[in-house]
Design a protein around this ligand. Sequence first.
Ligand code: SER
Ligand code: ZN
Length: 659
Amino acid sequence: MTDTAIRLADYLAPSHLIESVALTFRLAPEATRVLSTIRFTPNRARPGSHDLRLDGENLTLIAAAIDGVPVTAEPDATGLTLPWADLPEGPFTFTAEVEISPATNTALEGLYMSNGMYCTQCEAEGFRKITFYPDRPDVMAPFRVRIESDMPVLLSNGNETATGPGWAEWTDPWPKPAYLFALVAGDLIAHSAGFTTMSGRPVALNIWVRPGDEGRCAYAMDSLIRSMRWDEQTYGREYDLDVFNIVAVDDFNMGAMENKGLNIFNSKYVLALPETATDDDFARIEAIIAHEYFHNWTGNRITCRDWFQLCLKEGLTVFRDQQFSGDMRSHAVKRIEDVLTLRARQFREDGGPLAHPVRPEEYVEINNFYTATVYEKGAEVIGMLKRLVGDDAYARALDLYFQRHDGEAATIEDWLKVFEDATGRDLAQFKRWYSEAGTPRLKATEDWADGVWTLHLEQVTPPTPGQPLKHPKVIPVALGLLNGNGDEVLPTTVLEMTEAKQSFRFDKLATRPIPSILRGFSAPVILERATSPEERAFLLAHDTDPFNKWEAGRSLAKDLLARMVTDNASPGPDWLDALARVATDDSLDPAFRALALRLPGEDDMAQTLHAAGITPDPARIHAARREMADALARRLQPELSGLIDSLAEPGPFTPEARA
Ligand code: SER
Ligand code: ZN
């Protein structure tokens, strides 16, 4: 471990590439032997006379050799350097035997034990705790793994190619970086199913759990099958091995991990019983199963050149899992929930001492960069890109990305280049979303005269201490205009803002329009615009954009709640009637209606009051919120019982979204 910063600007291609890796594990809790045979070849992209540096931590080296000649170099605390003078000129084979102790590995990185089973976690830099290896994502290789153990179930990446009493051999034909390596050995039982890919190849699916838990996997399996089908239908991505294994583990640092063909999950994101799991639990399992599965293409087949590019796989995979959940459930509700999380976690991060760009330029410890900014803002940036180029161009760009970079370790530059090549656009300015931290504030004002309505926008990104000043970004502002009757006179149009200040004119309007700005939350910005309660009530009633409809209702409810806390106001008929209209509007998706009836949370209110310079009083907030709920319940009583009857599903409970 070192505390010197690692910089993107210092990137150097690896000195050597790997043609193939063969590993043998002789498992024992405190003395596992790992034998490695690695075929190296000098990297033509980095000519010159280079030592070969292998990463390695907490390893006891038993023996090592180059083409059978024993290595004399000694490992240091972070690895082993094979001096150039000792390396043959062309390709060569490095062999090593090391000893490690999974039972005492409590960092849960590398090979460790959880409840008597062996498992691994190698992202980001855990493989170096398994054996000496160039542990960097731009070194990709096919792996063959032999596991020797008396555990009944022995798993690794790829397909099982041979097995016998006390051993199994797995072969992964797809070149992968070491962070996607996985091994599991334990007393496990499978919940199994099958899948036939779009080209007709059968795939065995297994979810491995501890005996007794096999009855709690049905929803995860169903989610996996739907994810596989969805990725074929939506992105044309087919699964590429004979088997897909998922293992549930109780001790796990992350939520889940996308190891090639062998996903490992924190058990709470796999196991669920309809009797005890909530709707949110099911939605979360579905989303995480999908996320890890989608990594098979966005992360595994195309990986990251270095850890600065983490958002290349995470932002895109989060974006894909959000699309999937929207398709499976409700786009409106999914978008609103994602924005709530973004505002609560990412905006806070982006405005505080931990602010960093979506693609950081330096780090000391990469494990600290698995952040809301890399994941969630990374996904927002892709959503903006899609909105700017349109759905067809997005699909073409993604096809080109998969075609051009399959089997490679790519960068954000590569990613943007496929969009430039697919659309002819210059994305140099757009790239600032990747390099500059901070949430832009977007101030909106309007003019109206002689049938011309003008929207003036101004963007400012507050400075981040220690980082260069911010520049104007490309902001897609989705706009719709309504007339006083609630008719849409301008359907959703994307304004492309590129300057610090910019005005957009709309003429030939019969009456002053009511704008619906930043529809669908089309950019991760803070919109600042003065609106009257009447205008918000109007948008709550008439806006065709579910996000802005919800946002209008939400801000009305918060204003009202604030006045109830500070001035003893009480909920008036306008607000209650508007919500009753939403609740009973059969043209709206029921999940959206349920969400619209949810009151602002007490913590949200406390923050809002605090931001307005009022010291929040939790007891008063609690009491006011109860009063609000009571008033709403009384007002909705006649409609609610009819609504419950009309929405009830006949038959037994199922965990699917509609139910
Ligand atoms: N790569 C993992 C994931 O995001 C880390 O949590 O799925
Ligand atoms: Zn991920």
